[in-house]
Design a protein around this ligand. Sequence first.
Ligand code: CP
Ligand code: NVA
Length: 314
Amino acid sequence: MIAVGDELRGRHYTRVNDWSKDELRQALDLADALKEAQRRREDHRLLPGRSLAMIFHKPSARTRVSFEVGMTQLGGHALDLRREDIGLGERETIRDTATVLSRYVDAIMIRTFAQADVDELAEHAAVPVLNGLTDATHPCQALADLMTIRERFGTLSGVRLAYVGDGNNVCRSLMRGASKFGMRFTAATPAGHEPASEALEDTRRVAIQQGGTVELTHDPREAVAGAQAIYTDTWASMGQEAERAARRAEFAGFTVDEQLVALAADDAVVMHCLPAHYGEEIAEDVLYGPRSAAWDQAENRLHAQKALLALVVR
Ligand code: CP
Ligand code: NVA
């Protein structure tokens, strides 16, 4: 059976920055080991009898399925709490829900709108809280992304990653993760859609300390030139559906298609957190093409989150 240390038990994962580089590396190493154990169908029931509560205020396929299947594979169980059932912050306060759930379950996963709600839940929960996406961040996605890049290139340090599109939750968490591992990260966004993180300067400082870079541009071709990984995400995130038509116009020229990919390094991979919108942020032939790492990324959500759970649940 895979051995897991106790030092991260009880920790929250509400944002990439909650964890140091070494702690994230521990999660990535365990994720690789769990992936191999699952491939060999070796017993890795590290969380027998443990339960994970999952709170979803937005739709999900990957996050829901990977957390639930992950808990089952670890020998535990996950339950899906619908908004109309628990009414987080509506039927009762976030603090009350955090206090009660902590008496039943061993960890809580939440996908919602405001990062502040995740922080409030974590403040009051006696069990680990894992962030399954907010308007501001998507740290579980970033962990699976780092796992995927490391799997392809054998390292993270120095790998050139071009993010093309909306400087949103996915971009921000990825930028944080990339900086901690000394990657060379460039985001190309239309003006007004930069990863306007108050923490941009801090992220850049961390990247430089680690021998990496964080650059912003409005030119996708400049970002992609020589890149080893090209990453994109939807132009209209969950909650922005009404802006979709306007955003389609604003993001014109930012589609990851064959012509753009041709500017990247010969061994470049294309990444997408999914769900995809063909003809908008990505071309279908690219997502299904030989350079696509998107399906590995989706799979790696399972292994990365199993690692998180196995590290933090008591
Ligand atoms: N990438 C991702 O989080 O997918 P879902 O929205 O389907 O969970
Ligand atoms: N930026 C997207 C990511 C979906 C996984 C959203 O928030 O909808």
